[in-house]
Design a protein around this ligand. Structure first.
Ligand code: FE2
Length: 270
């Protein structure tokens, strides 16, 4: 089973890169399934129905959320009607779900969305929630378990890997928008601290640099804007799994000038 993981899709530039490259990558890499993070996909904040449908039509199978899940009101209904997730560690009764199970070639695979604690909205303990849901999935015989750990702190993402590496197939980080170079297969679990954004690459986390610079200079608030024009990138982790375990992983970067770079082949740690 070969899966592609895309991180935070930021605004229209990110959506355009998905439309341009994802179906090509499905073909060239032989992908069975593609996971992406939607929380910044519409104008940088949340997800609209129109954009959700456009991203699914472009070749994404399921999308995870995070701290910006709730930014567009319509998400509450969409979480029920479309293959979308919100972090699993929200309290009972919150709309949507944090885990979805799919079937690929007769095998069950689960996609789980977890949100970290540091610099994030108040949610339930991500480690307790992740442990609990993984126990249930393993008990139910789900062999392929993929987690999007949407978190600011690198330590939280590493700790989740150390805690779950023998029981899950992959843990990929999102939220920082900055790709990290620590792709590894650890005890059969594919892991990267952050996949990195899909969107503008020549600004600040995919947003026009003017507002963040102003914020840092003055301490005054300002609303981030996705630039109309920018240089763009699509970043994807591709991983192959057998019997529920990761056996190979690498990273692909697609650029707006058409260049496609394959990099970061994962080292295997026993
Ligand atoms: Fe986020």
């Amino acid at each position: 089973m070969k899966i592609g993981f895309i991180g935070d899709i930021v605004g229209r530039p990110g959506r355009q890169m998905v439309k341009r490259f994802v179906s090509k990558l499905r073909e060239s890499e032989g992908l069975d399934f593609v996971v992406a993070n939607y929380e910044n996909a519409s104008h940088g904040f949340g997800l609209t129905e129109k954009n959700a449908k456009e991203l699914f039509a472009a070749g994404i199978d399921v999308m995870t959320g995070g701290n910006h899940t709730w930014d567009k009101k319509e998400i509450r209904g969409l979480l029920e009607s479309l293959p979308l997730l919100r972090p699993v560690n929200y309290p009972d009764g919150v709309p949507g779900r944090g885990v979805r199970i799919f079937e690929i070639g007769g095998e069950k695979l689960a996609v789980v969305n977890v949100m970290g604690h540091f610099a994030m909205p108040m949610v339930d303990n991500p480690f307790i929630a992740a442990n609990r849901i993984v126990d249930v999935l393993v008990f139910e015989g789900v062999r392929y378990i993929f987690i999007d750990m949407h978190a600011e702190a690198t330590s939280e993402k590493r700790a989740l890997l150390m805690m779950l590496r023998e029981r899950v197939s992959a843990i990929v980080g999102t939220h920082t928008h900055v790709g990290s170079d620590d792709l590894v297969i650890d005890c059969g679990c594919a892991y990267v601290t952050d996949i990195g954004l899909t969107g503008c690459r020549d600004n600040v986390i995919g947003m026009d640099a003017k507002v963040p610079i102003e914020r840092f200079l003055t301490g005054l608030p300002g609303r981030f804007e996705v630039p109309d024009k920018c240089r763009t990138i699509l970043q994807m982790i591709v991983a192959t799994f057998e019997n529920g375990r990761a056996v190979d992983a690498y990273k692909i970067r697609c650029y707006d000038d058409g260049e496609i770079q394959v990099s970061l082949k994962a080292r295997k740690e026993e």
